[in-house]
Ligand binder design. Structure first.
Ligand code: GLV
Length: 320
């Protein structure tokens, strides 16, 4: 009897084919609809491997009812959708897809930084909306990126990749992280500061930390009040890190200049989300790693990890 792999989202056949050679592959055949909880629970009962996305909640309940389950391979670097503690207790390996998405996500974070600083989406909306009646001297003027101070909250691989880009823009780079990075700090000339200091000094605050109990609501009313009135906040990691109600109020009151968001507390957001009513918000539907090359490379990592665990090898990129 072949082992069973359940894939929670429709994938290109060329990605699935190598798995089909060795395993029985079952797949949720929808591209844009999350697998319903009952179906996930039912499929997990017989599965030896789950191939999951960030939209699937892999709870203790799912894993406790999956007696054969050996591996959950998440199509993301983040894994806050998986109960890691439960996986560990149940002896289930969890893998993720780091490295291959680092540069792509850094590109997107930098794009958001430029777009929010220079009001790109707002400007385009004005043009497309037929409201461009005349060029005018102070029309749609934004904030300079070149030479500004960038504060990176969460200096992991993606943070470092953004810092490389920022050096080309001659930015002054501050960072805050769980652990200080002496080696790269010296090599690249960025400065370690505490969070309050970073918020007070940065022209651009970029959030790239994972969502954990410690980082939930890390940026709320008090933190936003420390930022400059001309500051731009960019979040390209997880929505729950920034308190959305407090951000809305700070943006509306002009306490900070603008925000660029690739992520939201609850995704997908509906069009009547308060933040989407503000012109000084650039909002994207969680596309950090969304380049064709990167998404295919991530799929390869998932495919490989599942094969490794089911065939008794140690996979790369183990979370637990
Ligand atoms: C995407 O959000 C990821 O964690 O890879």
């Amino acid at each position: 009897m072949k082992q069973i792999v359940y894939i929670t989202r429709k994938l290109p056949e060329e990605v699935v084919a190598p798995l089909r050679e060795k395993f029985t592959v079952r797949m949720w055949e929808e591209e844009e609809i999350v697998v319903p909880k009952e179906i996930l629970l039912e499929e997990a009962k017989s599965a030896h491997a789950l191939w999951t996305t960030i939209t699937d909640q892999i709870t203790r309940e799912v894993m406790e009812n999956a007696p054969n389950l050996k591996v959950v391979s998440n199509f993301a670097v983040g894994f806050n959708n998986i109960d890691i503690k439960a996986a560990k207790e149940l002896g289930i390996t969890v893998t993720n897809t780091p490295n291959v998405l680092t540069e792509t996500t850094a590109d997107l974070a930098f794009a958001l930084l430029l777009a929010s600083g220079r009001r790109i989406t707002e400007a385009e909306a004005m043009l497309r909306g037929g409201k461009w009646t005349s060029w005018s001297p102070m029309q749609l003027t934004g904030m300079d990126v070149f030479g500004a101070t960038l504060g990176i909250v969460g200096m992991g691989r993606i943070g470092e990749a953004v810092a490389k880009r920022a050096r080309g823009f001659e930015m002054n780079i501050l960072y805050h992280n769980r652990t200080r990075k002496m080696d790269t700090e010296e090599m690249y000339g960025y400065e370690y500061v505490d969070l309050d200091d970073l918020l007070k000094r940065a022209d651009f605050v970029l959030i790239l930390a994972p969502l954990t109990e410690k980082t939930k609501n890390l940026i709320a009313k008090r933190e936003l009040s420390l930022m400059k009135e001309t500051a731009v906040l960019v979040n390209a990691s997880r929505g729950g890190i920034v308190n959305e109600q407090d951000l809305y109020e700070a943006l509306k009151a002009g306490e900070i200049w603008s925000a660029g968001l690739d992520v939201f507390e609850t995704e997908p957001v509906s069009v009547d989300h308060p933040l989407l009513t503000l012109p000084n918000v650039t909002a994207l539907p969680h596309i950090g790693s969304a380049s064709i090359q990167t998404r295919l490379a991530m799929m390869k990592l998932n495919e490989r990890a599942i094969g490794d665990v089911l065939e008794g090898r140690v996979p790369n990129h183990i979370v637990v």
